[in-house]
Design a protein around this ligand. Structure first.
Ligand code: ADP
Ligand code: MG
Length: 830
């Protein structure tokens, strides 16, 4: 690269960095003072090519007037720096024009574009034209083989690479004179290589170098990398970043990051260095080189899809700047601002998507407006052995109001375990049937489906009389003007039973179907589905919700969950749903007595379990959570189950439940436990979902500190469902003061919502709720716990949605495209 070219690169970099004098280490002035001579030389060389010789003296004197050798950039304010920069770059443009015009005239370049656009000349050198949807292999060094490795990280196109974000940064921005290096800290030095050679380190070959600056020298070694010795030549200027150690009393860098000091921007050293998530066969240095090339070459192509008024209001960085800064931030503030812009994008697109979805459902096609027959409702309520709580009453009215509309209901019903959601759902299903429509209730497991079926039949039999029916189909009279038919559809039915049931559902001979995923299979066709109820939402994605919706002519949808979801989060993840909350338990419900024990109190807990079992109760023992490995978790649970069966409870009947067991085995174990054949169920966290075991009274949780408060609350909701007192014993593995404080909350707080809020605050939403299973766009950066950003994004989305609901305005076209891109990944439903 000639002196002039590198001058331009340095200046453009400085301009991109906002005139902060950070483009070159040591400052721009130092660089210019040193390089001015060389730059002039290369200028003279290239001027030789200019045909219009009269121009030469003019250009040369123009250069000399710039007086680069005595520049005083560092002393300028920003405005002065900008003026200075425009001046120098303008002069560079002139040179370039003169030399290029010449070449063109002499026929070297026939391309008109070179001179036609003033703009392209002012663009940084590295700008490249391949589209962002080009494969990453257009970058030098990314071979098809490397591309395969990137594909494992979901990086295939240039655009993906720009959105392949570092996980964190190592701060190597602390540049120190060698004499001031401090042992044990991450620091950077800039110096000259005095000598570099292959050396035997330990018993392996490596590289050893001595590097010096004005203040001293330091030894640097790289283990197992003898080839580095050849890369370093004496007197090369090099930047070393790493932690300083001590060897035989002398300071030494051991296998630090290194980088030769050229006129390129540093990417491995001397700055905030990005740390990318890698996979086997991808190395940090390569990846940084490539992301840098992607940023320099292609970031300019990114179309900033955010309307500028939103950017201004929310003080967000432009998209290209945000992408550039998230990879190679100038400092932590800029990294944070980049993150702020990009996570805003995620939340904003998410919100726009859910709002659009809701509108499509509600306005895309008319739904069925039901008549609410008060007589049906009161005759049902009269027959219940209890009266509805105020909260149930309120929620019922909210649902009935929805059902009256010719606009499909999309409602999330939240309520703690035992708050009485099923009664409310039953009433809604009954109203659908009274209007001549079918209703469906979908549960995540067979046991839960059976449980619902039994409960609903229980309610119906109190109100009406049961006609003798065949197993999983029952009929109730004296209820509606005609008999009401309800059926159970689960995977374990025989194919003949299933087929016959499918036929009946299709013919409209069944009013209410309770089932599992079996309900959304292709073979299931409804005659006239008017209401779909989905229980335990978080086990189903948005996709299943939409699959069930498609079974009907835009049916009303009611989603039920026992997981308390803090409101802002619900608005984000279920922004397409209206929300109802049953925030009151039926009277007389006792709270589960909860105690956090010390690990050494385990024996006491075991004898407590013994006593409970001998009084005819049952117990759960939950094994510790193993992050990210269901296999290891299953193994640990199996070992624990064997140990407990052999050494602790040899004369009791124990069962084992974990996520690696086939579905039918899991169901079988649960069935036996519920039926009382087992005394103690040893389980991983899979037991969490709403199963009812009336006689279970003790929930013992091992490794309790690894679970979220919400999850612990779900666990303890499994016991004490009867009149007997329920107990929850939390046994932590290690009890740090924070963990103790967190678990203590379980002893005092029995409100699921309060615990959920606390959880979100203490542990963040990643732990709380994965978005990957919800069918929503991925959130790579956005933190759902950041209520401020969430509300900001939601507010902006609503405002925009109100002014241009279909994003038809010309200025919203880029946004519209981005939106469909973001939502196309997880879903096939638009
Ligand atoms: P959820 O589905 O919210 O966990 P359920 O609907 O299964 O709760 O209700 C739990 C238990 O409480 C059931 O036995 C139900 O009959 C009973 N129940 C529901 N509502 C009331 C009420 N208002 N008063 C007394 N008991 C109720
Ligand atoms: Mg339930």
């Amino acid at each position: 690269m000639t002196g002039i070219d590198s001058l331009r690169n340095v200046l453009e970099l400085e301009r991109r960095k906002g005139y902060t004098d950070k483009a070159v280490i040591g400052g721009l002035d130092k660089y210019l003072h040193k390089q001015a001579g060389q730059i002039r030389q290369s200028l003279v060389l290239s001027l030789n090519e200019v045909k219009t010789k009269e121009l030469i003296p003019q250009l040369l004197s123009g250069f000399d007037e710039l007086n680069l050798a005595k520049s005083d950039y560092s002393s300028y304010g920003v405005d002065e720096r900008k003026r200075w920069m425009t001046n120098v770059l303008g002069w560079l443009d002139k040179i370039e024009k003169a030399t290029k015009t010449n070449r063109q005239e002499s026929g070297v370049s026939r391309q008109k574009t070179v001179v036609s656009s003033q703009k392209s000349e002012a663009e940084p050198r590295q700008r490249r034209r391949e589209g962002l949807d080009s494969p990453i292999t257009v970058i030098k060094g990314i071979t098809p083989n490397v591309a395969n490795k990137f594909a494992r990280l979901n990086v295939r196109e240039l655009g993906d690479l720009l959105y392949f974000f570092p996980r964190r940064y190592v701060d190597y921005s602390q540049i120190k004179p060698i004499s001031e290096l401090i042992e044990g800290e991450e620091q950077t030095i800039i110096g000259k290589i005095w000598e570099a050679r292959v050396a035997t380190l330990g018993n392996r070959k490596g590289t050893e170098a001595i590097i010096g600056d004005e203040t001293g020298n330091v030894r640097v070694v790289w283990f197992n990398q003898p080839y580095l010795a050849k890369r370093f030549r004496t007197n090369d200027r090099v930047v070393i970043s790493g932690t300083v150690g001590l060897f035989k009393g002398h300071k030494v860098f051991e296998s630090p990051e290194w980088e030769l000091l050229e006129d390129k921007e540093l990417i491995h050293t001397g700055r905030l260095v990005p740390v990318y998530p890698l996979t086997q066969g991808l190395y940090p240095r390569q990846v940084r080189k490539w992301t840098k090339e992607a940023v320099d070459g292609y970031v300019w192509q990114l179309d900033d899809f955010l309307p500028s008024d939103i950017k201004a209001r929310c003080q967000l960085l432009d998209l290209p700047a945000a992408i550039a800064q998230i990879h190679y931030p100038d400092d932590l503030t800029m990294a944070e601002r980049a993150r702020g812009r990009l996570s805003f994008d995620e939340l904003f697109l998410l919100q726009l998507g859910v709002l659009a979805r809701k509108r499509d459902w509600q306005e895309g096609q008319p739904a069925n407006a039901f008549d609410i027959d008060q007589e049906v409702i009161s005759s049902f309520l009269r027959c219940l052995p209890f009266i509805l709580t105020r909260a149930q009453e309120r929620v019922l009215q909210e649902i009935l109001t929805d059902l009256k509309q010719a606009k499909a209901m999309s409602r999330l019903l939240q309520g703690e375990v035992g708050s009485g959601k099923t009664v409310i759902a039953t009433l809604a299903l009954l109203i659908a049937a009274a209007n001549g429509y079918q209703g469906a209730l979908m549960a995540p497991t067979e046991i839960l489906a059976e449980q619902h079926y039994t409960n609903i039949c229980g309610y119906l039999s109190q109100a009406g009389s049961q006609e003798p029916g065949e197993g999983t189909i029952r009929r109730y009279t004296a209820f509606l003007s005609r008999p009401l038919t309800i059926a159970l559809l689960v995977g374990s039915l025989s194919s003949a039973e299933k087929e016959s049931l499918h036929g009946k559902i299709k013919q409209g001979e069944v009013d209410i179907v309770v089932g599992t995923h079996a309900l959304i299979q292709k073979e299931v066709e409804f005659n006239k589905l008017g209401l779909a109820v989905i229980d335990e939402q978080h086990r189903f994605g948005v996709l299943q919700r939409s699959a069930l919706r498609q079974k009907g002519f835009n049916p009303h949808v009611l989603v039920m969950t026992a997981t308390p979801i803090p409101r802002t989060m619900a608005l984000t993840l279920y922004g397409d749903l209206d929300i109802s909350v049953i925030d009151e338990l039926p009277p007389g419900r006792q709270v589960v007595k909860t105690k956090c024990l010390e690990p050494q109190d385990r024996e006491k807990a075991y004898s407590f379990l013994h006593r409970q079992v001998s009084n005819g109760r049952q117990a759960f023992i939950i094994c510790p959570l193993v992050e990210e490995s269901e296999i290891l978790e299953a193994k640990a649970a199996t070992t624990e189950y064997e140990r407990l069966s052999r050494e602790v409870f040899p004369n009791l009947k124990l069962g084992l439940l974990h996520g690696q067991m086939p579905g039918n085995e899991k169901e079988e174990v649960m069935r036996r436990f519920r039926g009382g054949e087992l005394d103690i169920l040893v389980s991983t966290s899979v037991v969490e979902v709403g199963i009812d075991v009336p006689r279970a009274s003790v929930m013992m949780v091992e490794g309790a500190e690894r679970f979220g408060l919400s999850q612990l609350h779900q666990f303890r909701g499994r016991v004490g469902r009867d009149k007997e007192q329920g107990y929850c014993l939390l046994i932590p593995e290690k009890l740090s003061p924070e963990a103790r404080e967190r678990l203590r909350l379980m002893e005092k707080v029995h409100d699921g919502f309060a615990l959920a809020e606390k959880d979100l605050e203490l542990r963040g939403p990643g732990e709380f709720f994965g978005t990957h299973q919800s069918g929503l766009p991925d959130l790579k950066l956005a933190k759902l716990s950041d209520l401020h950003s969430l509300e900001l994004a939601r507010r902006e989305a609503i405002t925009l949605f109100q002014s241009d609901p279909s994003l038809n305005k010309a200025e919203h076209q880029p946004l519209r495209q981005q939106l469909s891109r973001a939502w196309s990944k997880g879903a096939e439903w638009s």
